[in-house]
Design a protein around this ligand. Sequence first.
Ligand SMILES: Cc1cc2nc3c(=O)[nH]c(=O)nc-3n(C[C@H](O)[C@H](O)[C@H](O)COP(=O)(O)OP(=O)(O)OC[C@H]3O[C@@H](n4cnc5c(N)ncnc54)[C@H](O)[C@@H]3O)c2cc1C
Length: 264
Amino acid sequence: MARYSDDVSPYAGGTELLLAMKMHFADYQHLVDLKRIPELRTIIRRDDIVSLGALATHATIADDAIISGAVPALGALCSSIANARVRTSGTIGGNLCFAEPRADPPVLLAALDAQLVLKSARGEHHISASQFIIGALETLRAPDELLLRIEIPVTACNIRYERVVFGHRTIAGAAAAIPKDPANKPRIWVGCIGTHPTSLPTTERYISANPASLDDGLTHAIATDIGTLDIVSDEDASADYRRHLAETVTRRAITAAADKKGTP
Ligand SMILES: Cc1cc2nc3c(=O)[nH]c(=O)nc-3n(C[C@H](O)[C@H](O)[C@H](O)COP(=O)(O)OP(=O)(O)OC[C@H]3O[C@@H](n4cnc5c(N)ncnc54)[C@H](O)[C@@H]3O)c2cc1C
């Protein structure tokens, strides 16, 4: 990666990269095939951290016993992404690094407070999943860096991800991580409606102050947060329709998590 500097791209499952190259949105003289690094595929749990290799495919994550025991909401999401062909070759690292605005895992991983570990010849650095994506197809990854793994804290939370899909892609997605101990802060994130996932701070404060309450105050808090966001309009959905869906999936995710239908 360092040797070819600007004219190189990591290549994982290729489900986004090859399409972008075929359509001439991206052009590289050199590709570095990460599939030759088996260590990047490992999923292990050390104490209260699940370490998820960047090269783990959606299908592997969906079937993994460590994931289904510790973060089943992620396994459930990965089992429903795209189709069997994309799930078998597409990786979690490729999903995060491509930063497609309609990608689901970045929303859930932000709510899970996951940390990303990146490495280059210059060294290793950690960054929160909630800060990694800064715009459409834009991340804080330097061109010579590889994403090695995603570290997910296993906490006593009820977690739920809800989404609405149109065609192949999500047009609104929301993740709720509600701690079993109300003294801890809930994390509510929404995505697939703008350029990148966003937290909903008014909603988080409302839930902290009214832990058992799924009343009109919650609906109002969600609408207040979502009302401040820049929402895209495209051929799949208008901004108004996305706003409505975002409010609906956020409320659904919170209700399911609060009802303990969410996963531990
Ligand atoms: C038909 C279809 C339906 C889809 N539906 C959904 C959906 O419902 N929800 C959803 O979230 N996603 C969806 N996707 C997107 C899918 O999840 C991604 O295509 C896949 O995860 C990308 O992974 P990949 O390994 O193929 O990445 P690649 O195409 O290999 O790489 C993508 C980008 O990430 C970079 N990259 C890859 N790995 C690393 C790494 N370890 N370190 C640094 N950079 C890296 C590459 O250089 C490239 O820029 C869909 C895709 C398709 C084609």
